[in-house]
Design a protein around this ligand. Structure first.
Ligand code: FE
Length: 249
């Protein structure tokens, strides 16, 4: 069965990386919650998509330059008044959930990986007993290497449309193999059965990201990808249930 990952806790249903979205996703009949992590200036790890607060909250500033307390005063846009939460809080929310973690390692405002950040993320997940329930993702090959050095947990490489276009499928597969990456994820609109077949024939797992509309969700389910992320987790569950019912009738 194709796995559903609620992207940032279901951005189009609950706002971007909101406590409400993460709490709701924890109770949904799906497999993964996707989230992004950034370090604060005072040693905390926050769950937020962007490296700054500018685009998604009522505050501005780079997360890595602010304290956890400052960041927590921000109100997330369209998020029912919710504020950014820490990785510690997210772990507590999912302690009793059947939904597993899909943790994305993000770059800082300069587009570069944060210094010595991956081991701290791994350590925090471990301390909450969540590491064994976590799959990692990143667009950055350097962060894939950092993940390999820090943990034996599964990981996947997010391959953007320009990277896929510029490298080509064969070179993408070569890079994945050279860096011990067992799985790639592509934007849903760049996925097709030929690409998926080529990736799987090379011994890699294949998934998609950004399947937000019913049409995109139906597409990834028809392809039978391993996993996809979606900003509309409730819609994805409904579509998967409907297609499953049609098949079993
Ligand atoms: Fe992400």
């Amino acid at each position: 069965m194709t796995r559903i990952a609620s992207h940032r806790g279901g951005t189009l249903e609950f706002g971007d990386s909101t406590p409400q979205g993460f709490a709701a996703t924890a109770k949904m009949p799906l497999e993964e919650v996707e989230f992004d992590v950034h370090p604060t200036a005072d040693g905390a790890i926050m769950v937020h998509h962007d490296a700054t607060l500018d685009g998604t909250t009522d505050r501005s500033g780079a997360i890595a330059a602010m304290s956890e307390a400052e960041i927590r005063t921000a109100i997330i846009n369209y998020g029912a008044g919710g504020h950014p939460i820490s990785l510690d809080e997210l772990c507590a929310l999912y302690a009793d959930s059947s939904v597993d973690f899909r943790c994305e390692i993000k770059p800082g405002v300069d587009g570069r990986p944060y210094e010595n950040f991956v081991p701290r993320v791994v350590e925090t997940l471990q301390s909450h007993g969540m590491l064994g329930r976590t799959i990692f993702s990143s667009f950055m090959v350097e962060s894939q290497d950092a993940l390999s050095a820090a943990t034996g947990r599964p990981k996947l490489w997010l391959v953007s449309p320009p990277v896929l276009r510029q490298l080509g499928t064969k070179a993408v597969i070569e890079v994945a193999k050279a860096h011990n990456i067992p799985e790639i994820g592509v934007h849903v609109d760049t996925a097709d059965s030929a690409l998926m077949a080529e990736v799987i024939a090379a011994g890699l797992d294949f998934g998609c990201w950004a399947a937000h509309s019913a049409r995109q969700i139906e597409k990834v389910l028809a392809l039978g990808v391993k996993v996809f992320t979606t900003d509309r987790p409730s819609l994805a569950i409904a579509v998967r249930n409907r297609l499953h019912a049609e098949v079993t009738q």
